[in-house]
Design a protein around this ligand. Sequence first.
Ligand code: SF4
Length: 295
Amino acid sequence: MYQFRKGTELLNLCQRYELNIDEIILRCEMEESGQSREQIWDLMQDNLQVMQDSISRGLDPDLKSVGGLVGGNASKVQFYMEKDNLCGKTILKAITYALAVSECNAAMGKIVAAPTAGASGILPGILVALAEEKDYSQEELVKALFVAAAVGKIIAANATLSGAEGGCQAECGSASSMAAAAAVFLSGGSPEMSLDAGAIALKGLLGLVCDPVAGLVEVPCSKRNATTTAVAITSADMALAGIKSFIPFDEVVEAMYRVGKSMAADLRETAAGGCAITPTALRYAEHMLSQQSEG
Ligand code: SF4
């Protein structure tokens, strides 16, 4: 009754039942899983708590990643945010928190894969920053997470969320799309606006390759969480301003999958292309290998 696979189907359900996306996906999940509303809500609330905890942990200026390539960057932006800056507080706060979660992940801390560990900073970054800046409640944030989940569900059903299959557009691109839709929801936008924002964000990141240095989810992954967070916020603002995506959400998802399929294997998580084979990256990988063999 509340099942959907495509964005168009989701919007039809929203229209038919006069409900927003958060309620449709919640009812869909109840049907699919057989769990009660309270059970599903509690699980999502737990996810939000983990996201908030991972932000706190990632703000530690002394946190170091396993490979030593990232750590302390979230704290740098947090400090810089209080000075004269370019982006303004909301974006900088979202970037700070996105970096914090991705640095927590790189240090093997607990995070919520949203939709993957590599792209785990974007959604909490935006939601927690918006909550602080605009006074949203925990309940509103949980609802926004359901909206993000609906977008992720559609992408997973019609394309991929895996960097190994579709490049970073499938990970950070999907996360950015999910976060953009959720931000529109939080700001009172319509379901159509949410999917327009999701489409605009994913289009903006189409073709993004997966090229982790030395195969570690650190560089360029962590800073990419921050830059794609900015893409999500700007996409949400465009949709809220009334801009529609010329290419509908479902068609953008299909395009992302097609682009992923035509991407060379060395640009899909193999650390054999892109940033991963720059001289600096190769020197680091060699150094790491020599340290491991000494160990
Ligand atoms: S570059 Fe690859 S490993 Fe890193 S976040 Fe993107 S998809 Fe994940």
